[in-house]
Design a protein around this ligand. Sequence first.
Ligand code: WT7
Length: 658
Amino acid sequence: MVDRNEWERDRPVLTGSPRRPPPSFVEQANVTDPGIYDEFEENWPECWERAADLLSWDQSYETVLREEDAPFYQWFPDGKLNAAKNCVDRHLESGRKTHTAIRWEGKHGERQTYTYRDLYVAINEFAAALRALGVEEDDVVTIYLPMIPELPIAMLSCARIGAPHNVVFAGLSADALATRMDAADSEYLVTCDGYYRRGDAFNQKSKADNARLKLEQDVSTVVVDRLGDDLPHVLGDDECDYHELRETFAGELVDPVPRDAEDMLFVMYTSGTTGEPKGVVHTTGGYLAHATWTSHAVLDVKPEDTYWCAADIGWITGHSYIVYGPLALGTTTVMYEGTPDYPDRDRLWEIVDRNAVDIFYTAPTAIRAFMKWGSEYPAGYDLSSLRLLGTVGEPISPRPWNWYYEHIGNETCPVVDTWWQTETGAVTVSTLPGVSEMKPGAAGPSLPGMDVRVVDSSGTEVDPGDSGYLTIARPWPGMVRTLYDGDERFRAEYWDQFSDPESDDWHYFSGDAARIDEDGYITVLGRVDDVINVSGRRLSTTEVESAITGVAGVAEAAVVGRSSETNGTDVYAYVSTEGGYDDGTAVREAIIDNIETAIGPIARPTKVQFTPELPKTRSGKIMRRLLEDVANGEELGDTSALRNPEIIGEIQAELDEE
Ligand code: WT7
């Protein structure tokens, strides 16, 4: 639970000079009428039919929004549709069989192209295989794959037969996979032998095997052979080879199952304020409508585009903006397996140039790295095909924003800074690129039809120029419907803070702090709960702390975020051991090992600071805010509430010595 009074510090907020959208962009944009804001406002919630109309429905809906059971809202109830049919089949019917759906760029320069027809064949065959393995409608299928085409193929095959998918980021550990399969009662797993990390073959299957050993349920597993002879593997009795299955079911067709709009499309686990990840449930109609509409209105995707969202499908950004949104619009979506600096720092620009990419969407962390590497890398390529740039995942300050605008966009591409979350399903705050002025450093206003507000701890909207809590005052189609872990936790995590159930007044709480300006532009300041955002990836400090305290000899731990020029935020851990002060390398290594085992390398701390004690209040609460200030070299707030104020001085002295 969030301590709402903790967000008291006023941070300076910088926004750069506003820029008008480039006229060459406006001329061709999907949305250009500024009247759209009023139109949506006057016609709410029916305005969202505009999003639903981008989809093909097997049975049309009669109601747009059902609010009776708030905060358990229903969008387009009584409508029926299938997500895979929307993303694939309907494009064959509209004569786009040979149009490229997925352009895959492998780590070592390998390339694969799937036309819509190829994708159709693949998902039919794999859907048939899943059925033969026993997967029925509503069974949760876990997918633990890196960025290879079989990942979206597996997702869409699940969608075809109405089996919700549960994609677990390939870089997470065996323990993290087991937790998520257990929580989702999942008895099916699609994984691979391994993948290339940097130059090396990395064994994924052994992680999957270890996860399965921890589970009570039997798991039937499909293994994609990605590495061939580079990493030979043996299949067990309850394991099948993906390519053999495809051959067995070659040519098989499976009718897409018409799903109720409110049927679950997928669950995605994300970090919450407790150690237990939250299973965010998204449904078929509202989610797909919102992801598709924002791909059209915010990212300006057109069917003839080559569109590239350089994220990982293992997180929500990839679900909404590599797979569902772009494929529903029938465009070409680029999928990149590697990293931006392998084999060299020009890798992304080479891909943009060669594929004549029109739209490029990435995270501020990546942009800060490009900036650091220098403009000579993009300057060596022809990037003139680019029409729009996007960013997502963390706040972006004016300097990297401007660098992106100048050196990647050549000052002719609008930049959309899109704020949203796993829970919002799709973009929630952003400028409309063909309509609005851009302000570097501010994401933008609420999208039409959304009502995002910045409020104080009593829920009252703050004055322009002030900061407060970021809340959403009206339901929206892509919103999380509940948590797989239960409705109670759903209410507690998102609704209890700012809602008044007595008067049926519901406000969703995002967990973020923000500032709003006189034009309604929102600058997101960061999380106010026990979640830190490292390179656009969400981590729970509690989860990292429990991995640390699991190490023999460790007494207590506190994890905070430290600002970092490249990552935005780094993980910074304070640890006290049972024997008092310790800087033993062995303990440090055990701590890092344990974190990688429990979560994965993404949670690895950049610093483990040993201290004889942690600073605590008289009631025994660890003062994380102070530790955060120390880690960031900031001036300390009030320490009078501390039982052991001297400890702060000791920690600082220790740091000064380094
Ligand atoms: C958290 C959600 C949504 C895709 C990626 C992350 C932060 C996201 C922005 C932005 C400032 C941002 C917020 C949010 N965030 N976009 N444009 N400006 N902060 O999804 O893992 O659910 O994380 O990412 O703190 O709450 P997620």
